[in-house]
Design a binder for this molecule. Structure first.
Ligand code: ADP
Length: 391
C-alpha cells in the first residue's frame, strides 16, 4: 500500500488534482485535470516527469458535476496506481475571509462558515466547496484540509488592507484580501531554501499567469498585494481588467444601462489582454502576433507591472529581490526583458542570456536587486499544509 495525499482545485469548469507520496517527502505521483466541464469535457493526467498517461474526451454523463469529475479522476488514478491509499485531501479554497489565517481541518461548521463567504467570491467559492463535498463523499473517513488563497495576506498592515470607504464597510469585510496566497507562500519558502539571505529582505513576487498579481513580502510575510477585494484588481490579466476607476462601473450602469451580470462578464471574461488585443488572452499568441492591438495590450501589461514594482518597493521601503513566476513569469523572457528594461534606477539589471534561458537567477552579477525565475507549485504547498495539519 502507498500512502498518498490528494490535492484538489475545483473551479467552475475544471477540477484539477495532484497526488503526492506521503512517505517519500511528498514526491509527486500524478497530476491532471478535467477541463471543459459543462461543454467539451476532457481528462488529462501526467506523471511527475510530464509524460501524459491519460488524455481523452469525456461524455456528458461523467462530467455533470464536480463530484462526477472527481469520480472519473479517482477511477483513472485507481487504474494507474491500484496500491495508492488516500490518507488526506487538501483543497484549494479561494476565500478564507478575515478569520482564516492558515489552513483548517474542514468540519461541518467550518464548511458552513466558508459557504457564508460565497458573496465575496461568487464565481469561485461555491465550486471550491462543491469539490469539498465531492471529496467528503468519496473519502468519508479521511481528513479534509482547506487551504486559502487569502490566508497568506492576512499579515497586511491596516493601511494596505483597507479602502477609503465608510468605516463600517471595513468591519463588514470589504477589505483588500489579496489572492494567489498559496503561490506566494510557496515562493517565499523556496526562496528561503535557495537564497535564505533574501528571506529576511524586501522581496516583490510577480505571479504572472492567466490570473496575475504581485505581492510585497518582508521577512517572509505579505505586506501588500495588487489584488484587492476581488480577483479583479491590480494588474491586467488574461481576461480580467485589473485596476479600474469605480466611476467606470457607475457609467456602465447608469449611462450604458448594463446589468450587474453584464458588467461582471465584461470585467472577468472580456477584458485584460483579450479585451485590449481583441485577439486572445494567451500570451504566446500575442507575442507572435503582428497586430498593433496585440502590441498595445502587451505595452499596457508591461507598464502596469513596472508601475507596481515601484509601488511595492515604496511599500517595503526598499527592494532586494524580484521573483517572476506563473506561466508568463516563468516562460515569457520577452516580457521579463521589457519589465526590467531601464530599471537600473531601482537597482534591477537583467542579464540577457540568463533571461533568455529562463535561468533561476536572471540578474547580472552587478545588479543590486537579485532577479529570480522560480516555478510556482501551489499543489505542493497545499500538500505541505495537509501534512502540517494531520501529520
Ligand atoms: P493560470 O493562471 O491559468 O494557472 P498559467 O500560470 O498556466 O495560468 O499561465 C498561462 C499563461 O502563460 C498564458 O498566457 C500562456 O500563454 C503563458 N505561457 C505559458 N507558456 C509560455 C511560454 N513558453 N511563453 C510565453 N508565454 C507562455
Amino acid at each position: 500500500m502507498k500512502n498518498v495525499i490528494l490535492t484538489l482545485n475545483a473551479g467552475s469548469s475544471s477540477v484539477k488534482f495532484a497526488l503526492f507520496d506521503a512517505d517519500a517527502n511528498l514526491a509527486l505521483e500524478f497530476k491532471g485535470q478535467v477541463d471543459g466541464i459543462g461543454s467539451d469535457a476532457r481528462l488529462k493526467i501526467k506523471r511527475a516527469d510530464g509524460t501524459v498517461v491519460v488524455e481523452r474526451d469525456l461524455d456528458e454523463a461523467s462530467t455533470c458535476s464536480p463530484s462526477d469529475a472527481l469520480n472519473t479522476i479517482l477511477s483513472e488514478v485507481h487504474a494507474l496506481a491500484p496500491d495508492a491509499e488516500v490518507q488526506a485531501v487538501g483543497h484549494r479554497i479561494v476565500h478564507g475571509g478575515i478569520h482564516f489565517e492558515g489552513p483548517v481541518l474542514l468540519d461541518d461548521a467550518c464548511v458552513q462558515t466558508l459557504s457564508e463567504l460565497t458573496p465575496f467570491a461568487p464565481l469561485h467559492q461555491p465550486h471550491n466547496l462543491a469539490g469539498v463535498a465531492a471529496a467528503q463523499a468519496a473519502f468519508p473517513t479521511v481528513p479534509q484540509v482547506g487551504c486559502f488563497d487569502t490566508a497568506f495576506h492576512r499579515s497586511h498592515p491596516w493601511v494596505n488592507d483597507t479602502f477609503a470607504l465608510p468605516r463600517e464597510l471595513y468591519d463588514k469585510g470589504v477589505r483588500r484580501f489579496g489572492f494567489h496566497g498559496l503561490s506566494y507562500e510557496y515562493i517565499s519558502m523556496k526562496l528561503d531554501e535557495i537564497a535564505p539571505h533574501y528571506q529576511d529582505g524586501n522581496v516583490v513576487v510577480a505571479h504572472l499567469g492567466n490570473g496575475a498579481s504581485m505581492c510585497a513580502i518582508r521577512d517572509g510575510h505579505s505586506v501588500g498585494s495588487t489584488m484587492g477585494f476581488s480577483a479583479l484588481d491590480g494588474l491586467p490579466m488574461g481576461t480580467r481588467c485589473g485596476q479600474l476607476d469605480p466611476g467606470v462601473v457607475l457609467y456602465l450602469m447608469d449611462q450604458m444601462k448594463m446589468s450587474a451580470s453584464e458588467i461582471e462578464n465584461m470585467l472577468y471574461r472580456e477584458s485584460g489582454l483579450k479585451g485590449l488585443s481583441g485577439i486572445s488572452n494567451d500570451m504566446r499568441e500575442l507575442l507572435t502576433s503582428s497586430d498593433s492591438h496585440a502590441a498595445q495590450a502587451l505595452d499596457y501589461f508591461v507598464v502596469r507591472i513596472r508601475r507596481e514594482i515601484g509601488a511595492m518597493a515604496a511599500i517595503l521601503g526598499g527592494l532586494d529581490a524580484v521573483v517572476f513566476t506563473g506561466g508568463i513569469g516563468e516562460n515569457a523572457f520577452q516580457i521579463r526583458e521589457r519589465i526590467c528594461d531601464d530599471m537600473d534606477w531601482i537597482g534591477m539589471e537583467l542579464e540577457e542570456t540568463r533571461n533568455r534561458q529562463n535561468a533561476e537567477i536572471i540578474s547580472s552579477d552587478r545588479s543590486r536587486v537579485r532577479l529570480f525565475v522560480l516555478p510556482t507549485n501551489e499543489e505542493l504547498m497545499i500538500a505541505r499544509h495537509v501534512v502540517g495539519m494531520v501529520g
